[in-house]
Design a protein around this ligand. Sequence first.
Ligand code: SAH
Length: 247
Amino acid sequence: MTGSLVIVGTGPGKPELMTPATRAALAQATDLVGYGLYLDRVIPMRDGQCRHASDNRVELERARQALTLAAEGRTVAVVSGGDPGVFAMAAAVFEALESGDPAWRMLDIRVEPGVTAMLAAAAEVGAPLGGDFCAISLSDNLKSWATIERRLKAAAEADFVIALYNPASKARPHQLGDAFALLRTVKEAETLVLLVRAAGTSEAQVIATTLAEADATQADMRTLVIVGASTTRRVGRWIYTPRGARP
Ligand code: SAH
């Protein structure tokens, strides 16, 4: 098999936050596969580059299409937002590889890291991820809400800083409110909560509030929510979590 497949992430939005390695991989590709909105972030890098844009929800199908193109000898780049391995296409490609044509395993497949939303969001306010943290997607497209609740509760009890991806969408308007209600049963009312919209872009907006006052309707699908640990605090106009368990 002579084709290859690279899975890349565009970063949070600002062109400067796309890595040079990702840019180089995109420049080499004969075919770009991805969600239309992410492909739009990628300026055509060479003549005759084919774009295969698809809807956001058909990830496995898109992954199979990318593997098929690579098996035909094309140089394929699969494009995600942020980092391709964080709630994104890299895992979808490996799922497709696991259930697909065994010959696909001989392909040259690699992943380029990117700047994921929680890093861009944290940088907007200071260093809220400075201590131990975890990331949970609130989307129940691929897992049950009961699983999400179990993980939220465990993360809250262990006093992790919690980064919440996919906090809301039109199809799932209640989930962030339900998540806040659950976290309030474990964490202090004064726990800092950040809602960072369009992090790492020129339109970035930050709402810094407390768990008691956090308003789930202020988040949309371009928002990353960070729920602080007990040690997460303000200093001047910044917010950070100390590296140790300083009281
Ligand atoms: N692979 C992506 C995440 C895909 S899940 C990454 O690494 O960033 C999609 C979710 O990511 C969104 O619902 C939102 O919660 C978050 N997100 C993506 N880009 C964002 C941005 N610029 N600002 C804030 N949140 C963002």
